[in-house]
Design a protein around this ligand. Structure first.
Ligand code: EPZ
Length: 432
C-alpha cells in the first residue's frame, strides 16, 4: 500500500537528532564486500530502501547476506554463482551497477543491465565503461545489457573527462585486484569515495590518494575479511541542518563537521547560527534569513544532493537568491510543488531565481525524487496548516525513519496510507 506523509507545519524544530550511515558510501561498500570469499561485517548501515534493494540484488547473484540487525549485515561472496544483474534490480536502484566493477574485478567478467535515465535527468555511464576498457576489459552493449570480460585486468592511467562519483568508485572496484598500478586522474573527492577506499584497504587493497583528484591503486592478488563501520550521511545531516535553519534549534549528532562545511558556510552567510563540535553540529535560527547565490559543484563544493533543500530555505528568506544546478539537468522538478505552497521561483535553464516570500501555506503535493521530496518535507514543516506529500517511496530511498526523527524534534508529522480520510482526520484531531 502506498503511503503519504501528513504534516502540520509551524512548530520550530527543537532537540537532538542522530544521523545514520551514509547511503551513497554504503552502496559502494556493499558491492565491494562481495569481492572476497571471506565474510565481511558492515556496521552503521542505513536502513533505507536503496540499501535493502541492493542487498536483495547481492543475494540474487548467490552471495550470502545475513542481517544481524537493521544496521549491521554480514556478507559472504564465496557462494556467488551468477554474474548477471538484470534490469529489474537496476531499475529499482541504479547503484547496483557497482556490482559491474566488483564482479569484473573479482571474476574478470560481469553482465549488468544498462541503467536508463532517471528522475533527475539523463545519467550516462560512459566514464565507467571507459575505465573498464582502459583496464583491458572488452565492453559491449547488447539487448540492454552491458557485457564485460577480460583475460586479465591490467592497471592503467585513467583520466576522467567529467568528475564522477560513480565512475571513480566503479574503477576503484575493478582495478583493486588488477595487475600493477592504476591511476585515476580527475577523480571525485566526495567523502563516500574515501569511505569506499578505506573499506577496500581494510580488506587488503592498496589504494592511496582517495579524497584528492588523483587516486593511485596498486593491484593486490586477493582481498580478505573485514569489519567496517560506515561514515555518517552528509546529506541526511545537511537536510536536518536546513530544516533547523528555517526556524529552530537542533543538535545534529553523529556527523563529521568537515563534510558539512559547504552547507555550514552558506547557512552562516545567510544569518543562521552553526556551532561545530567534534562529531556534532548545532544549527539554530530565530529570525528570517537573508539571500545568497548557491552553485552546486563536486565536493568540496555545495552538493547537488542539497540543492532542493537550500532552495526551499532561500524561498523563505529575504530578497532574491539564485541557485545554479551544474551537475544534473533535471533537478528543479520540486519548484512547481513549492509554488503550490506559495513560493516564488522561476527556473531559467539551470538557474532558479528565487524571490523570498514570508511564509508557505500547506498543500497536497507530490515528491518528484529523493532529495526534492526531502525539501518538500522541510517546506511542509514551516507551512501554515496541513501538508500532505505523496510518492514518499522516493524519500524512503534515502531517509531512515524520517517521520520519527522529525516528530522527536517536536514537529507534527505522520506516515499514513494514501486516500485514508480517517487517518487524516485522526491526525488532525491529535495535533489540533
Ligand atoms: C552520485 O551519483 C550519487 N549517487 C548522487 O546521489 C549524487 O547526486 C551524485 O553522485 C553527485 O554527487 C550515488 O552515490 C549512488 P556522478 P552518480 O557520476 O555517481 C556525469 C542521491 O540523491 N557523468 O558523480 O551517478 C553525470 O551525468 C543521489 O543520493 C557522465 O557524463 O553521479 C553528472 O552530470 C542522486 N558520465 C555528473 O557526471 C559518466 O560516466 C556527475 O555524476 C558518469 C557521470
Amino acid at each position: 500500500m502506498e503511503n503519504q506523509y501528513i504534516i502540520k507545519g509551524g512548530t520550530p524544530l527543537k532537540g537532538e537528532v542522530t544521523i545514520g550511515g551514509a547511503k551513497n558510501a554504503a552502496l559502494g561498500i556493499l558491492a565491494a564486500a562481495i569481492m572476497t570469499d571471506e565474510t565481511v561485517t558492515i556496521e552503521n548501515l542505513p536502513d533505507v530502501r536503496d540499501i535493502n534493494v541492493l542487498l536483495q540484488a547481492i543475494e540474487g547473484i548467490g552471495a550470502t547476506v545475513q542481517r544481524i540487525n537493521s544496521h549491521t549485515v554480514k556478507i559472504n561472496g564465496s557462494t556467488i554463482g551468477n554474474i548477471t544483474i538484470d534490469y529489474d534490480s537496476i531499475r529499482k536502484i541504479r547503484a547496483s551497477y557497482y556490482l559491474l566493477g566488483a564482479l569484473l574485478g573479482k571474476y574478470n567478467k560481469a553482465q549488468v543491465a544498462l541503467p536508463g535515465g532517471c528522475d533527475i535527468g539523463s545519467r550516462p555511464i560512459d566514464q565507467h565503461l571507459k575505465g573498464f576498457r582502459a583496464l583491458g576489459a572488452t565492453v559491449t552493449i547488447e539487448h540492454g545489457m552491458i557485457n564485460t570480460f577480460a583475460d586479465s585486468l591490467v592497471g592503467n592511467h585513467i583520466f576522467l573527462d567529467v568528475v564522477s562519483v560513480g565512475a571513480t568508485i566503479n574503477i576503484m572496484l575493478a582495478s583493486c585486484m588488477a595487475e600493477g598500478r592504476t591511476v585515476i586522474e580527475n577523480a571525485a573527492k566526495e567523502p563516500h569515495i574515501v569511505d569506499v577506499a578505506n573499506f577496500l584497504n581494510s580488506m587488503g587493497a592498496d589504494i592511496k590518494g582517495a579524497g584528492t583528484d588523483k587516486i593511485r591503486i596498486n593491484g593486490v592478488s586477493k582481498l580478505h575479511s573485514s569489519e567496517y563501520s560506515i561514515i555518517p550521511d552528509q546529506i541526511e545531516a545537511g537536510t536536518f541542518m536546513v530544516a533547523a535553519a528555517t526556524h529552530g534549534d537542533v543538535l545534529i549528532k553523529n556527523v563529521i563537521p568537515k563534510h558539512l562545511e559547504a552547507i555550514s558556510v552558506k547557512l552562516i552567510e545567510i544569518g543562521a547560527t552553526v556551532e561545530e563540535y567534534d562529531d556534532a553540529v548545532r544549527v539554530s535560527a530565530d529570525h528570517r534569513l537573508g539571500h545568497t547565490q548557491v552553485k552546486t559543484l563536486p565536493y568540496p563544493g555545495f552538493p547537488t544532493d542539497m540543492q532542493p533543500q537550500i532552495a526551499t530555505l532561500l524561498a523563505l528568506s529575504e530578497g532574491t537568491s539564485t541557485v545554479t544546478e551544474s551537475i544534473f539537468e533535471n533537478r528543479f522538478k520540486y519548484v512547481d510543488e513549492l509554488a503550490r505552497m506559495g513560493a516564488s521561483i522561476k527556473v531559467e535553464g539551470n538557474v532558479a531565481i528565487i524571490e523570498g516570500v514570508e511564509g508557505f501555506t500547506g498543500a497536497a503535493i507530490s515528491a518528484p525524487d529523493l532529495r526534492a521530496g526531502a525539501a518538500l518535507v522541510v517546506a511542509g514543516l514551516v507551512a501554515e496548516g496541513y501538508t500532505t506529500i505523496d510518492s514518499i517511496h522516493f524519500i524512503e530511498r534515502g531517509y531512515e525513519n524520517f517521520e520519527g526523527k522529525i516528530t522527536a524534534l517536536g514537529a507534527s508529522m505522520e506516515k499514513i496510507p494514501v486516500d485514508d480520510e480517517r487517518a487524516v482526520m485522526k491526525f488532525k484531531l491529535k495535533v489540533g
